[in-house]
Design a protein around this ligand. Structure first.
Ligand code: PGA
Length: 255
């Protein structure tokens, strides 16, 4: 498996944070770190910030993303946003199936599958999140959980569609808890995800797909996590809200 075949993507997940003026100020602070970084940098912001941030990143290579998308094109889905609507705002990425969406908003592998399909069809890059719960890891079924999620979330997909998706391996017990997976645990799980893809969608797709690690990645632990052969970037929550920390992670990825 060759790391050079894949794009390294460092994506910030701002979650439900930042007003528009705060968003603009944070982007201004991030810009110098992203310039000439040698990796792809994206920020996934609240819907209401997308246009402000798209404007703020003009003239840079920073990409902008959303944090969810509905799978239907239009219709009676109060409160939802379609993939075409996101494209219209200038967003290029979208996080799908984040564990907070799965836990608090009842999202399932079935809707994750439909959302990723819809995002790809509209030309967005989905960042599809998978990961085991603490008690699943403790019960020794991490492999089964990840394989099941990958199978279901990509069910009915062509290899070309899988390749265009970014996968974020986010062990749920490591998100926002300050508990990071060890670099070995992260590398092992990302490798496992890649091997499931190789089996189901072919080696070319597995070699090309970007698999990020997410869960309390920070300025201190990023370099070690990113050095793992199967870790191709990071999805960063808390540390993406501090420009200096996010900048350190970008630097570690560009090396
Ligand atoms: P965290 O969040 O970096 O704050 O743990 C990661 C995520 O939820 O994507």
């Amino acid at each position: 498996m060759n790391k050079d075949l894949r794009k390294t993507v460092i994506a910030g997940n701002w979650k439900m944070n930042k007003t528009r003026p705060e968003a603009k100020a944070l982007i201004d602070e991030i810009k110098p770190f992203a310039a000439g970084s040698g990796c792809e940098v994206a920020v996934c912001v609240p819907f209401t910030n997308i246009e402000t941030v798209v404007e703020a990143v003009k003239g840079t290579d920073i990409k902008v993303g959303a944090q969810n998308v509905h799978f239907e094109k239009s219709g009676a889905f109060t409160g939802e946003i379609s993939a075409d609507m996101l494209v219209e705002t200038g967003a290029e990425y979208v996080i799908i199936g984040h564990s907070e969406r799965r836990q608090y908003f009842g999202e399932t592998d079935e809707t994750v599958n439909k959302r990723v399909k819809a995002a790809l069809a509209a030309g967005l890059v989905p960042i599809m999140c998978v990961g085991e719960l603490l008690w699943e890891r403790e019960a020794g079924i991490t492999e089964e959980v990840l394989a099941r999620q990958i199978k279901l979330d990509f069910a009915g997909f062509a290899a070309g569609e899988v390749k265009r998706t970014v996968i974020a391996y986010e062990p749920v017990w490591a998100i926002g808890t300050g508990k990071t997976a060890t670099s070995e645990q992260a590398g092992e799980a990302c490798g496992l995800i890649r091997s499931v893809i190789a089996k189901l969608h072919g080696k070319a797709a597995a070699d090309a797909v970007t698999v990020q690690y997410g869960g309390s990645m920070n300025a201190k632990n990023a370099a070690e996590l990113l050095a793992q052969p199967d870790v191709d970037g990071g999805l960063i929550g808390g540390a993406s809200l501090k420009a200096a920390d996010f900048g350190e992670i970008i630097k570690a990825a560009g090396k």
